[in-house]
Each structure stands twice: as structure tokens, then as C-alpha cells.
Design a protein around this ligand. Structure first.
Ligand SMILES: [Zn+2]
Length: 357
């Protein structure tokens, strides 16, 4: 089976996988990563691990690539006359919710049942005064499945999750939009890296990890760090691209560059080595900054064990945490290639040069 980026990415953007409920996205990743690795397994918190053994003599050093596969979404908090009340799982801005197509993950005879639905609001003329101007308070939002109230009571329970159902859409200029590009763009880049490595000789063991529960606190990454015990980790996630709301502080043009983070969470020696690889292979790599620690899996990996050295890459993305996030396909490919070149060139004694001076 030859790995093809776009169909794989689109299939990832067509399934759910809300933090803590990653089975649907894991099932899409599984056959592709199985093909590109020597062994795969699922961690105790649902992260998906795929190892490619290196060609070096044992005991071999290990590098972990971490890309979270979970997604933000919604959860049912109550059922009223057949309509569902909702709350957020992870950072969802309720202002974008009215009119969204969603899927309610209910239960029928102990099996998950997917109910097509949408987030609705009452017509403006029927709303009380506090709902008539400005963003609608979340208390007025409901989810409508179209089912009779008794059926809803039978199939849906408080705590069931609701995922976005926006279809992925190829836009012009080699860009794509979808509801979970944060962070499936990075899972795609990690897969590209595995694909390159499957055709090369690399001395190090490489463990690709599609982490769970990043959006609710990096729980998957933390457990995976102890499970794998890597010598260092490459964390890849999305970052803000230039665009609406970017102001003067957002520097990265989507489609022009990927990023490497500079900040206390990122190991200076790994930063320098990754930058040198990017320069050597002429892969554009802009400097992002994290003044007060990482808000990503990088933190949870960095503080595991005795402290794991981490380097963080970013794929610029517009409209973060909305159902219509946008990234450039070129940037996904760049990130995959950079990770592959970096890992291919790793000498067995590389860790001797990773010192926090
Ligand atoms: Zn993310």
C-alpha cells in the first residue's frame, strides 16, 4: 500500500476523536502506521504508538515524535423535551456554535450510535432580551437530532460526546479546511516522516505517537513518555498563521514556512541541531516563541521521567479551534520531510551533544 497524503488527511478530517474518545481517529491511523512501522500498540490512555527499529547496535537510542490526534468538541449536559444541552470539551468558543453540523455519539444496546444533528438557537424574535443582541449566551443553545423526545431519552445520556461534522474541503492554493486540522495536520506530517524513513536507513529507533487527551491537559503524552522512555522527543502541533486576528505578533505566512519554538520548554541544543538540518536541506523554518512554557504536549513530555529534552515544530494554521481550520498542504509536507531528514542524520552518539549549557 502506497501512502498518499491527501486521501489520508481527508479521512482523518472526516472522523471524530474527542479528547478521551479517540477510537474513531485511531482506527483511521492504525492501518497506515502499521504498514510503515515494525510494531504498534495502544497506551494505557489510548495514545497510538508505532515503532520503527533502527539499524544501530543495541541498546539503541530512541526518538519519539508526538502529534496529538484528539480533538475539541462538546458534551451533553442535559436533555430537555428531546433537545440536548451542551458544554465544551477543550477550548470551544460558543459563539461559533449556532448552525454547526454535529454528530451526537449516543448508545444503542451497548453499541455507539452516531446521530446526525446540529447546534440550534431559537429564532431571534422568540428570544428574551438578553439574547437579542451580541453573541447568544450558551444557555440558549441546543442540539437537535430530529428524533422524538422518547427516542432521544433512549439513545442519549448526559456525558455523551458531540463532535463537529464539517466535511473537509480542499480550497484553492493547495490549502485545506477541516474541523480537526489541529492537530491532524501534524499526524499527517508524522506519517510523511514515517513514509520517508521506511525507505531509508536510520540508526535510531523511531516511535511515532498519536497522543490522546492533549486538548484537556496532555494526559496521553505524559503516559507515553514513561511507556517509551525516549532519549528526546520532537513535538509537532499547529501554531497561529498570519490572517484575521493575527495582528503584529503573528509572523508566519501559511504555505511559506513551518516553525520551531524558542522558549524554556525547548532544549537549546535540539533547537540548534534542528535549525541546522533545516538550513542544510533548505526547508524554511521560522522561529516561534513561547515565553512562559509550552501549552502543548511539549510540556507533559518535558517534565516526564528525569526531564526529556524536547524540540517543538509548528504548522501555521488559521482559525484555530473552529470547525473550519485552514492549513497549507505544502507546510504539512515540509514538516514531514524535516523530521525525516533530522532523524535519518542522527548519529548514535547524538545525545552527547545535547547538553543544557
Ligand atoms: Zn493542538
Amino acid at each position: 500500500m502506497k501512502f498518499e497524503l491527501l486521501p489520508f488527511l481527508k479521512s482523518m478530517l472526516s472522523v471524530s476523536g474527542i479528547s478521551g474518545y479517540e477510537a474513531p481517529i485511531r482506527d483511521v491511523i492504525t492501518p497506515v502506521w502499521q504498514e510503515l512501522s515494525d510494531r504498534t500498540w495502544v497506551s494505557s490512555h489510548g495514545s497510538y504508538h508505532a515503532i520503527r527499529y533502527g539499524a544501530g547496535t543495541e541498546p539503541r537510542p530512541k526518538v519519539m515524535i508526538a502529534a496529538h490526534m484528539d480533538a475539541i468538541g462538546l458534551m451533553v449536559t442535559g436533555i430537555e423535551a428531546g433537545f440536548l444541552r451542551l458544554t465544551q470539551v477543550g477550548g470551544v468558543d460558543s459563539r461559533i456554535l449556532p448552525g454547526q453540523m454535529v454528530t451526537v455519539h449516543g448508545t444503542q444496546r451497548d453499541e455507539t450510535v452516531e446521530l446526525p444533528a446540529m447546534v440550534v438557537m431559537p429564532p431571534a424574535h422568540l428570544l428574551p432580551k438578553d439574547g437579542q443582541k451580541g453573541p447568544l449566551p450558551q444557555k440558549y443553545l441546543l442540539v437537535d437530532t430530529g428524533l422524538h423526545p422518547a427516542e432521544v431519552e433512549r439513545l442519549v445520556r448526559v456525558g455523551d460526546v458531540i463532535s463537529f461534522a464539517t466535511e473537509p474541503r480542499e480550497l484553492s492554493g493547495e490549502t485545506i479546511s477541516g474541523h480537526t486540522l489541529d492537530n491532524r495536520a501534524s499526524v499527517a506530517a508524522t506519517t510523511i516522516a514515517l513514509d520517508y524513513l521506511s525507505r531509508r536507513k536510520h540508526l535510531w529507533d523511531v516511535i511515532a505517537v498519536a497522543t490522546s487527551q492533549e486538548e484537556v491537559g496532555g494526559i496521553g503524552a505524559m503516559g507515553s513518555s514513561f511507556d517509551i522512555m525516549p532519549d528526546f522527543a520532537i513535538v509537532i502541533d499547529v501554531t497561529f498563521a498570519k490572517g484575521p486576528g493575527g495582528g503584529d505578533t503573528v509572523l508566519f505566512d501559511m504555505g511559506k514556512t513551518i516553525t520551531i519554538t524558542w522558549g524554556s520548554c525547548d532544549h537549546p541544543a535540539l533547537y540548534a541541531a534542528m535549525k541546522a538540518t533545516a538550513d542544510e536541506y533548505e526547508i524554511p523554518l521560522a522561529r516561534d516563541f513561547a515565553p512562559s512554557g509550552a501549552g502543548t504536549d511539549a510540556y507533559d513530555i518535558q517534565i516526564a521521567q528525569a526531564g526529556i529534552p524536547v524540540v517543538e515544530l509548528g504548522i501555521p494554521l488559521r482559525y484555530m479551534h473552529t470547525p473550519v481550520e485552514v492549513v497549507s498542504i505544502k507546510d504539512i509536507k515540509r514538516a514531514g520531510r524535516l523530521m525525516a531528514e533530522f532523524i535519518t542524520d542522527l548519529p548514535l552518539d547524538f545525545m552527547n551533544s545535547v547538553r543544557w549549557e
